[in-house]
Structures are given as structure tokens and as C-alpha cells.
Design a protein around this ligand. Structure first.
Ligand code: BG6
Length: 484
């Protein structure tokens, strides 16, 4: 299957924080891949803007080294790299002062799509938004892209939204949650809403529970200063896990249209019950399996920040009442795997005597790695000896099913940046959605702080704290094993 590349219109993209880690790892390599694929037309310009006093040539050299490090070798074509780098410029900018803004104004054209990527600390969002206007750079059609973390609680998220709203309207603001840019995450909507097969069963009458797992093997080493102020709840649950839950739980939107999709997600977030303290387990990895513990990575020997969360969420609406959603995510776990497992209920009556052989149907959607789907089905165990039942997987690997293109799944950032240029906000979070997610998260975090709650320990390289097992055991259920 050959993927279609539809070129976007020529654009000027200014990357504030252009010398930062995200630009180096994701934004520049992602733009290069789109350029390599022929999606970025000639005449487009990518302008790095940062505090560093750097020449354009130095910035271009950095871009070349980012491509060398983060782009697959088979896409590193010297002629294409030269042409790409020729589109790149750089301005030294003082986000809180006046230096550099007049020069930036001269560079940014008014007759092409204009996008400003705020790849900077949220504390600078307001300053940059204000200066883009004060210096007459932004227009009423400019788009701005803002990264997570979008606030650290409801109050700060509201303040950020209010700050941006002074200069840009909601249709101009693209809040990134990179999980929405993942092909397999978008595929959740395709699987649900482009097939008739699952939707009639997609409700508490037929679904016993849902498990959403995002397990990582990485530690917080190197980013302990940020992470220790955040923790798994703010870093993963409030945004990425919440988005996955929404895509599984939402009603079918009337159209695949930005506000139609986001309206439905918002309804899910608002229908979430407050989480009871006994329905949540926090964990922190300690040294184990030859790996260092969290406290060595975060530089605060008494830190109570969680690197793991498991929780039970209930959605109070007609579709989901009685079907819990169990979420878990953590660092330094035994394998890197993200999946959604939907466990169906028992058939109402069994005509077979082999009750022991029976297992629930489970639909597993693997988000990463080995993207694909797997439906656990009951069949007859082959051979003589009566009607014995056994469970087998109906297994589909997207890479195999889609051929070479399936194996070449684009990075989330590639898709999202092109959506900004196309002016499509479907895969970006709306302000009210972010605020609703914080409104659900805040009481949980405030509760821990008020109680002085300490996370449970788990060994680095394990499946997480023992108590997380209990969260499901007591409901007569089990987590799926964490493995690649
Ligand atoms: C980021 C978090 O948003 O997502 C990180 O800040 C996390 O802590 C990362 O590791 C996970 O993203 P991915 O794409 O590797 O699953």
C-alpha cells in the first residue's frame, strides 16, 4: 500500500526554542522527513529563534547533525539534506526583551501560512505571544503551537489559556499532545468508527473492563529536575492517558471535524467520577536489576514524586456505568509497551460443558511497539475427545498487513506539524478540554499533598508496585502482563 503525500501550502514556521532538545530530537528531524517525502513545498521557510547568539550557518550545522542522529539512514540523502537546510534560518531573540524581534518581523512573510512553535517553558508563552503582536509579526491568521506541560494544575492552565487568549483566538491555538499524532492512536478512531463490528458491543452491557497501559523502560535520568516537580500523574495521566481513555470512551462524533471530535472527548472527561484514594496506587522505582533508583535520578533524597501510577477510573454516563477503566503507566518497568485491552463479558449462557476452558474475549490494541491488534477468541480445541474449548489470538500486525509502508510509521510530530500548516485542529487539545482534565486531576494530587502520601516502592525493571496488583485483584480481575 503506497501512502499518499499531499503537499501543504508554502509556509513560514518559526520555532521558538529552536536550539532546544525537542527541536533537535523531534521538530527538525520530523520536518526533514516531510521534506524528504515531498510534502513541504519549495519556498517554505523554517526559522529557529532562541536566546543563543548563533549564526545561521551554525544553526544549519546543528540541523544537519540532528538529521544525522535522528533520521533513518535510508532517508539521509545528501542532496535533499542540502535543499532542506537551505530553507532554514535563525534569529537570536530575547523572549522577554526587545532584541531580535524587528529582524524576525522582516523575515516572516504575510502572504504565506505563518506558524509559531512555542517549544519553550510555559512561563514564556505569554511573553512571546505578546511580542508577536506588539512587533506586528502575527496576523489574525497566524497559528501558534504550544507544547505540554500545559500548566501544572487547573489554575495555571487557566492562566495560560487566558494569557494566550489576549492575543490569539482558539482557532489559532494548537496545543500538542503528541500521543494524538501517533498513527496507532488515530487508528483507535478508525477501528471504532469505520467498522460496524465493534460499536454495537462498545458499552458496559458487553464490556467488563478496559485496561490502558503505557509502560516505559526509560528512567527519569537527565530530566529529574523537571520530572520531580511533575510526576507520572501530571506527566502522563492528565494528558496522554486521558486522551487514550477519551478515544475509547467517547460517543461517535457526527463528523471527523475538530470541534465535533473535541466536544465528544470533553463530555467523557466531564463524566469521569472523582477517583477515590483507595482506587489509586502511586509508585517510585528503587534500585533493582542492576539499575539505579529514582532518588538517585531526581537529586532530592526525600522526594515523594511518583514515577508510576495505577488507577481505576469510572465514567458516569449511560454507555459506561459499571465498566471500570484501569489505567497504569510508569518509568523503569520491565518492558516498553503501550496497549489498550478491552475485556468483554461472559456470554449470557454457555451451551458447552467445558467451563474451565472458557476465557473472556479480549481485544488488544497495541500502540507501540509492534503496532497491531489482537482479538482473543474461543475455538474448539482440535482433535478427538469431545468439545473442549481453547483460546487463540486473531493477530494482526499493522506492519505486515500494510506492507512496507506500515513498517514506516511516521513520527507523531511529523503528522502534527503538517496538520498545523493545513489548519486542522482535530488532533490538538482545545482549551476547555485541558482545563477539564486538570479539574479531574487536581483533587487527586491535592489529596496526596494534604495527606503527605508517599509512593510505594517497586524495583527498577519490575512490573510496578505489588499494591497495583491488588487494585484489580480485589475486583476479581488481573492486569495483563507487561511484555513486549
Ligand atoms: C512525554 C513525557 O510527554 O511522553 C515523557 O514527558 C514520556 O515522560 C513520553 O517518556 C512518552 O512518549 P512516547 O512517545 O515515547 O510514548
Amino acid at each position: 500500500m503506497v501512502s499518499r503525500v499531499i503537499p501543504v501550502e508554502p509556509f513560514d514556521l518559526v520555532i521558538f526554542g529552536g536550539t532546544g532538545d525537542l527541536a533537535r530530537r523531534k521538530i527538525i528531524p520530523g520536518l526533514y522527513r516531510r521534506f524528504w517525502a515531498g510534502q513541504i513545498p519549495e519556498g517554505s521557510a523554517i526559522i529557529g529563534a532562541a536566546r543563543s547568539d548563533m549564526t545561521e550557518d551554525e544553526f544549519r550545522t546543528n540541523a544537519r547533525s540532528a538529521i544525522a542522529e535522528f533520521v533513518a539512514k535510508d532517508k539521509q540523502d545528501p542532496a535533499i539534506i542540502d535543499a532542506f537546510v537551505a530553507c532554514i534560518g535563525y534569529e537570536t531573540i530575547d523572549a522577554k526583551g526587545t532584541a531580535g524581534w524587528a529582524a524576525l518581523k522582516k523575515r516572516v512573510r504575510k502572504d504565506v501560512v505563518q506558524a509559531f512553535y512555542f517549544s519553550v517553558a510555559p512561563s514564556l508563552f505569554g511573553d512571546i505571544a505578546e511580542r508577536l503582536h506588539k512587533h506586528g509579526i502575527a496576523t489574525k491568521d497566524s497559528r501558534i503551537v504550544v507544547e505540554k506541560p500545559f500548566g501544572r494544575d487547573l489554575a495555571s492552565a487557566k492562566a495560560l489559556n487566558a494569557g494566550l487568549a489576549q492575543h490569539f483566538n482558539e482557532a489559532q491555538i494548537y496545543r500538542i499532545d503528541h500521543y494524538l499524532g501517533k498513527e496507532t492512536v488515530q487508528n483507535l478512531m478508525a477501528v471504532r468508527f469505520a467498522n460496524i463490528l465493534f460499536e454495537p458491543l462498545w458499552k458496559s452491557e458487553y464490556i467488563d473492563h478496559v485496561q490502558i497501559t503505557v509502560a516505559e523502560t526509560v528512567s527519569v535520568e537527565g530530566r529529574g529536575a523537571y520530572y520531580d516537580k511533575s510526576g507520572a500523574m501530571r506527566d502522563m495521566v492528565q494528558n496522554h492517558m486521558m486522551q487514550l481513555l477519551c478515544l475509547i470512551a467517547m460517543e461517535p462524533p457526527y463528523h471527523f471535524d475538530p470541534d465535533a471530535v473535541r466536544d465528544e472527548k470533553l463530555k467523557v472527561i466531564r463524566a469521569l467520577d472523582p477517583v477515590r484514594p483507595e482506587d489509586i496506587v502511586r509508585g517510585q522505582y528503587m534500585a533493582g536489576n542492576g539499575q539505579a533508583g529514582y532518588l538517585e535520578h531526581c537529586e532530592d533524597a526525600s522526594s515523594k514524586t511518583e514515577s508510576y501510577i495505577a488507577l481505576k477510573a469510572n465514567i458516569s454516563n449511560w454507555r459506561w456505568k459499571g465498566t471500570p477503566f484501569y489505567l497504569r503507566t510508569g518509568k523503569r518497568l520491565r518492558a516498553r509497551t503501550s496497549e489498550i485491552a478491552i475485556t468483554f463479558r461472559e456470554p449470557p449462557h454457555s451451551i458447552f460443558d467445558d467451563a474451565e476452558g472458557w476465557r473472556e474475549n479480549v481485544l488488544v490494541i497495541r500502540l507501540q511497539p509492534n503496532e497491531g491488534m489482537n482479538l482473543m477468541m474461543m475455538i474448539k480445541e482440535p482433535g478427538p475427545g469431545g468439545m473442549r474449548l481453547t483460546q487463540v489470538p486473531l493477530d494482526m500486525s499493522f506492519a505486515e498487513a500494510l506492507g512496507a509502508d506500515g513498517a514506516d510509521i511516521p513520527d507523531a510530530y511529523e503528522r502534527l506539524i503538517m496538520d498545523v500548516i493545513r489548519g486542522n485542529q482535530t488532533l490538538f487539545m482545545r482549551g476547555d478540554e485541558v482545563e477539564a482534565a486538570w479539574a479531574w486531576t487536581d483533587p487527586i494530587i491535592n489529596g496526596w499533598e494534604a495527606r503527605g502520601d508517599k509512593p510505594r516502592n517497586y524495583d527498577a525493571g519490575s512490573s510496578g508496585p505489588e499494591d497495583a496488583l491488588m487494585l484489580m485483584h480485589r475486583d476479581g480481575r488481573r492486569w495483563r502482563e507487561i511484555r513486549e
